[in-house]
Design a protein around this ligand. Sequence first.
Ligand code: PEP
Ligand code: MN
Length: 295
Amino acid sequence: MRENWQERFAETPDVLLGARRQRTIVPVLDFAVGGDEFVTMAGPCSVETERQLMATAYHVLSAGARVLRGGAFKPRTSPYAFHGLGLEGLKLLAKAREATGLAVVTEVMSECDVEMVAEYADILQIGSRSMENYTLLEAAARSGRPILLKRGMVATIADYLRSAQVILSSGNPHVILCERGIRTFETAMRNTFDAAGIALLKEVTHLPVIADPSHASGHRDLVPALARIGVAAGADGLLVEVHPDPDKAWSDGEQSLDFAEFDAMMEDLAPWIALRKHSWGQRHTAEARALEAVG
Ligand code: PEP
Ligand code: MN
């Protein structure tokens, strides 16, 4: 018998695609996530210096990115690692937006910082470690900014949908899901990229889904392949770490692309993105017809 996803995830009705099959398109500045445009979000793991951020922003813009990523508040595995520049980092991100026109996505880790981060960011990122912090989710939702909700590293799809439901129930419809790899028994890679998870999320929810090949693999050599898989699985965009000199990065250098590697990845992805646009158009037409039939 065919799985009834609506029944399986009945606990989170607002995230489900449902009979009307109307998908959420999240507006950001002068573009949108979840529509026919594939949206690349790129930048360093952490905001380090003005020079580093500006150089990266101009570069990713020239290669087709729409959004600049960069952490000012960093959740780190080690308590002794760099934890981000905080407000100074947010100000640098805003400066880079002003200079390049790129939108800014950056993580908010505490509900106490939501107001401040929302003042500088166009999209609030909820990190993997915070996915189940419902107080933070509610506060972030109330800011009115679009929310990039990363999947918890040990979260099932049902857990993940519950967190998305919390944001929607708090009155914010603009949720972007992000598959960033999950913990499995495999240790050769930082995480295990759940490409099937992307396909499933696109099948059962109406929310845009993006892929993060950087955290999913933990190795820069694997990032272009995972990005390609993400597009093929149905992702609406990418979140990818790029640094002018990855070996000197203050965080996640081993999984960050340098500028030449980012350019090569974007070039390689172009035909895959064109294919996605074609199938997006077909799906959109089919869904519009189904919608008319429902009345
Ligand atoms: C990040 O995007 O830099 C990050 C910390 O990601 P995650 O929450 O997925 O580990
Ligand atoms: Mn990172």
